[in-house]
Design a protein around this ligand. Structure first.
Ligand code: MN
Length: 326
């Protein structure tokens, strides 16, 4: 089914389903979590039996959201009537277990998303609403709720609010648009902005800041100061007893340096295997660079996997930078 600009087909499938599984992508972020929790809460209120599945744990600084404990990393024994996937780029990004399950299941699959994706990926679903211009999947869930004439409850408003704050970097990133402000303004009747902001941004463990200082001390500058690269090793995760969601924001410090257009974070997933996250500005398209490595993402934020040593990774990055700046 081709993605469309209405929710008609999605609603048709939702109306027919009693038991629904809602899931976002692996390594969930605030948008994935906020959109999942808001949608699940709305569906439950309309009498559906809903399970929220997550492949990995939710980010610690979004655990204040209502319903954040109320989900599972175990797949249900029986197939649901409908799978609803949120914010997930391509179908495999839900994680290997759920992807395999969905492939084997005849139950319909639906997607709400704002990631750049190819048509063959959209057609994998029975119905899809993909708007690459939307600031967050949470904004799309807001549109869907409005379209259905649903009045949001406080917990749903908070989840959507937090999801938009997450994906726009607190209304700072390039994805921030008029709709983001309009939705947040509408939600302020139910949400206290300072409460959400302090939970997300001023709630970090002391050790996380100590770890950040060690990582920034080791930052490498490339391309005459146009690129900054940080690395985070398994050893550091262990020494500071931190989780990947604790280091998610570190790459933003690298991008915030004057003159830097490309910031990269090498995070060691396994010995010799790195998850590389990229943040760009000044018109450099991160999704194009990531696609060259078999990865993907947005214009200003994308990622890919790299196999080899960190030093080999740096050489590869220098190659990329040459092609970008020549
Ligand atoms: Mn998102």
């Amino acid at each position: 089914m081709q993605s469309e600009k209405t929710f008609r087909n999605i609603d048709g499938l939702i109306d027919k389903a009693k038991v629904i599984l809602v899931a976002g992508h692996e390594m969930p972020d605030g948008d994935c979590m906020g959109s999942s929790l808001a949608l699940a809460s709305i569906l439950k209120r309309s009498g559906k039996s809903v399970t929220v599945f997550k492949e990995d744990r939710y980010p610690f600084n979004y655990m204040f959201l209502e319903g954040s404990q109320d989900n599972t990393d175990a797949l249900p024994e029986n197939d649901p009537d409908l799978f609803i996937i949120l914010d997930s780029g391509s179908p495999e990004r839900v994680g290997p277990r759920l992807f395999e399950r969905m492939q084997a299941s005849k139950a319909p699959k639906v997607l709400f998303d704002h990631h750049v994706q190819s048509d063959d990926k959209k057609t994998w679903y029975d119905a899809a609403y993909v708007d690459e211009s939307a600031c967050a999947t949470s904004a799309i869930i807001y549109r869907w709720a409005k379209d259905r004439g649903i009045k949001l409850e406080k917990n749903e408003a908070e989840a959507i609010y937090a999801g938009i704050i997450s994906d726009t970097g607190g209304l700072k990133y390039g994805s921030t648009d008029k709709e983001a402000f309009l939705i947040l303004a509408d939600l302020v009747d139910l949400v206290k902005p300072w409460h959400i902001a302090s939970q997300i941004y001023e709630n970090i463990p002391e050790k996380q800041l100590r770890m950040l200082s060690e990582i920034l001390a080791d930052m490498r500058m490339l391309a005459g100061g146009k690129a900054a690269v940080i690395k985070i090793t398994l050893d550091q995760f262990e020494r500071y007893s931190m989780h990947p969601d604790n280091v998610d924001s570190f790459v933003n410090f690298a991008r915030s340096i004057k003159g830097v257009s490309i910031a990269m974070r090498f995070r060691e997933k396994a010995p010799g295997l790195w998850k590389v996250s990229m943040r760009t500005r000044d018109g450099i398209d991160a999704s194009v660079i990531a696609a060259g490595f078999g990865g993907g993402g947005h214009r200003n934020a994308a990622g890919f996997l790299f196999e080899g040593s960190f030093e080999q990774g740096l050489l590869k990055v220098e190659e990329i930078l040459k092609s970008v700046y020549e």
